[in-house]
Ligand binder design. Structure first.
Ligand code: PHE
Ligand code: CO
Length: 286
């Protein structure tokens, strides 16, 4: 776990939130944000969905160091009713779902150090705020995130947390969008990563497959490297509408003991945009 004395000095509230204590960030921490921000803006040109840039602009996340929640939250609240809260590190699943269900996005306080600009074992404030928060300014996506939180509480009662987590992973974190100008990124795990911003769109290695809710909930994913498959949506409505059904029937089928699909698998019924070579995975002998 990353050491952050400002976190360690606090006792979290019952909902696991802490204070950001924005005045306590060091100049170097602010400088790391500015560098990461400038680097990503440069790499993301023509790669992220237009709504992502709209969100960045609406919240003014760049140019003056780590954003202060007191400055972001009034703007975000006015747009979609969401706010960002600080949490020490990862929070328990049910706490996380409860925040989302109430339009609160839990973000980490600490920022990565200079020795780990590219690799992170746990999400930091750059991933959480630069990656996730711009999309929360978009009404349909914001509704989806709230619905996901509520769905999490139901999935837990069905013993289906793992299956639901796959949906989050392949949409909120690693989702692509089919736009008139070609594929674009909306997933937070991609937009906050210099390497994956390029890999996800340009590399011949991964599969790119059209979104299919139940199929995704059956598909394992990798947390330790670039994805072997990305799923793309045609619109935020497609994503939101697919999740409006009661997942009870899907959960019942998933419970039947069907084995999960591997991260690189391509099925006959998939709508494949590009079938990947998986050369990257093979070169790393996964
Ligand atoms: N419709 C889902 C259910 O019945 C809830 C959900 C909504 C899950 C949105 C994920 C995203 O459980
Ligand atoms: Co994330």
């Amino acid at each position: 776990m990353i050491h952050d004395p400002v976190i360690e000095a606090q006792t979290p509230a019952d909902d696991f939130t802490i204070k950001q204590c924005w005045g306590e960030y060091t100049d170097d921490e602010h400088a790391v944000w500015d560098e990461l921000y400038a680097r990503q803006i440069n790499i993301l040109k023509g790669r992220a969905v237009p709504e992502f840039y709209e969100g960045l602009d609406a919240l003014t996340l760049g140019g003056s160091g780590i954003p202060n929640l007191e400055a972001i939250n009034p703007k975000l609240k006015a747009l979609t009713g969401w706010e960002v809260v600080m949490v020490p590190h990862l929070v328990p699943d049910l706490v996380f779902f409860d925040h989302l269900a109430n339009r609160r996005f839990p973000a980490g306080r600490f920022i990565r150090g200079r020795h780990q600009m590219d690799y992170l074992q746990e999400p930091d404030i750059f991933h959480d705020i630069f990656g996730h928060v711009p999309m929360l300014t978009q009404p349909v996506f914001a509704n989806y995130m709230e619905a996901y939180g509520k769905g999490g509480l139901r999935a837990e009662r069905h013993g289906m947390l793992k299956q639901l987590a796959r949906l989050y992973w392949y949409t909120v974190e690693f989702g692509l969008m089919e736009t008139p100008k070609g594929l674009r990124i909306y997933g937070a795990g991609i937009v906050s990563s210099a390497g994956e911003s390029i890999f996800s769109l340009d590399d011949p290695s991964p599969n790119r497959i059209h979104f299919d809710l139940e199929r995704i909930m059956r598909t394992d994913y990798r947390i330790d490297d670039y994805q072997q498959t990305y799923f793309s949506i045609a619109s935020y409505e497609e994503l939101f509408d697919a999740t409006q059904q009661d997942f009870g029937d899907i959960y019942a089928r998933l419970k039947d003991g069907q084995p999960p699909y591997t991260p690189d698998e391509v099925l006959d019924k998939d709508m494949v945009l590009n079938q990947g070579t998986q050369a990257y995975a093979k070169s790393k002998a996964l």
